[in-house]
Design a protein around this ligand. Sequence first.
Ligand SMILES: C[S@@+](CC[C@H](N)C(=O)[O-])C[C@H]1O[C@@H](n2cnc3c(N)ncnc32)[C@H](O)[C@@H]1O
Length: 257
Amino acid sequence: MPNTYEEFVKAFHPKSGLDLKFYKQNQMQRRILSFMSSHGHQTYPLFIKALDVDPVLYDAFFKHLTINVSQFFRDANQWKTLRETVIPLLLKAKNPLKLWSAGCSSGQEPYSLAITMMEYFTSTKFTVLGTDIDVNVLQQAKDGLYKQNDFASTPPEFLQKYFTPSDSGYQIKDPVKRLVTFQRQNLLTDRFQPGYDFIACRNVVIYFTDEAKEMLYKKFTDALRPGGILFTGSTEHLFGMNNLGLKPVSSFFYQKL
Ligand SMILES: C[S@@+](CC[C@H](N)C(=O)[O-])C[C@H]1O[C@@H](n2cnc3c(N)ncnc32)[C@H](O)[C@@H]1O
């Protein structure tokens, strides 16, 4: 039974597929201990036993660890750069486009990509893949039902055009839903398909160790076609991008040479 953080990490990995050794210890340990204490668990051995027998506790804990906060068109200025500069640049070289939202949470980001393409690039064919490690958020993404606060950065006309209001929130319309495929994937351990024109990976690596980030950005670069573009989160500047073979197109957008 795990008595230390390291032992807990080892015991949790086979259970969840999530290897916490790729995540920064300080932040993760703090999150685990705060969850344990708010759920009345004082020690790692008792907590890991409780996770074994209580699926509701397990799901809540997994959600707490992976941090699923998202929004449609999160960081509106960057979506403006995407439609005015980045997508036109990609289309100069290739049409159709293969787009991927990695760490997509409950689907707001891949659906925002699909809406952008439908709205501004009407004659372009494209596919959008959304992946995440958490099956519960992926189910929410497939259901496509959202709350008002998911739309704080969304132009109101998009809400009207692409969503149907219901008693329980806003349902994404079928033509958008049909354009996005969702899959479970662990970015740290699973292999990536090659040939993407565009990869968005935003607000996912915040808790990854520097080694894990480096490995992941290398995998993303390999998965992009030459000229393809990586979109990162507002706090996630790429250091050593020359070594990776990427050059900045604009803040938070990096193109493979
Ligand atoms: C804060 S959300 C970001 C959502 C969206 N990209 C955005 O910026 O609004 C982070 C997501 O990364 C996912 N995640 C964390 N570690 C992961 C991993 N190793 N593989 C795949 N997804 C992971 C979490 O499950 C969570 O849904």
